[in-house]
Design a protein around this ligand. Sequence first.
Ligand code: G3P
Ligand code: MG
Length: 246
Amino acid sequence: MPDAALALPRLIAHRGLSAQAPENTLAAVRAAHAAGVGWVELDVQLLGDGTPVIWHDAGLRRCSDRRGRLADLDLAAARRLDAGGWFGEAFKGEPMATLEAMLALLDELDMGVNLELKVNRGRDPRALVAAALPAVMEALPPARRLLSSFNDAALAHTRALAGPEALSLGVLFEGVGRAWRSRCEAVEACSVHADWKRLKAPRAREVSEAGYRLLCYTANDPAAFAPRWAWGVDAVISDDPPRFMG
Ligand code: G3P
Ligand code: MG
């Protein structure tokens, strides 16, 4: 349902400003801020020792100098990892961000976050929510936090733990199928997050006219994306939001 408390912008930087800095790092969030983008989408998962960190993949290889699984890493090992050098020399030594450090930065910069509860194969959605949610609720006001997931168990547990506190939830879809609304109603979501390439105009209008916020990921070509604004899309999640400005 519509959530008046949420100050959702038109542009959200996907995994931070990931076109200009290594994804999901503090540097990527600083880059978004420097570019005038006030909101970021970030993925949160747990290390093997239960520490929530900002990371997308199940594995370490693509975005660090280590191999192996995130689930096998503890915080001490995570602190020794380089999460920036793969992107470019200038980012060598950039750490993997803990959720705690990331929330402190978002607070310092007055930024908003669409935090995606990323439940990769074999991971426990309830443990993730139990570890991440209290920190998010504590650090950021309702206007600047939107939690989302592809995983319905994670969303349900989030809603249950939030209790009466204001908390905006979004449901992530690859294709937004006919049953989209029941997924949203089950967790009292206020937003639908759709793959922009798969979204069709009639469904977009249906979502928007039902009062839900409609966000599209991950669009990087403003001209190709342009017709969708008239379908009722509220926000675009992009690796490179500055391309959509001006
Ligand atoms: O939250 C939007 C988008 O990030 C979902 O897909 O794989 O980039 O996390 P992914
Ligand atoms: Mg994501």
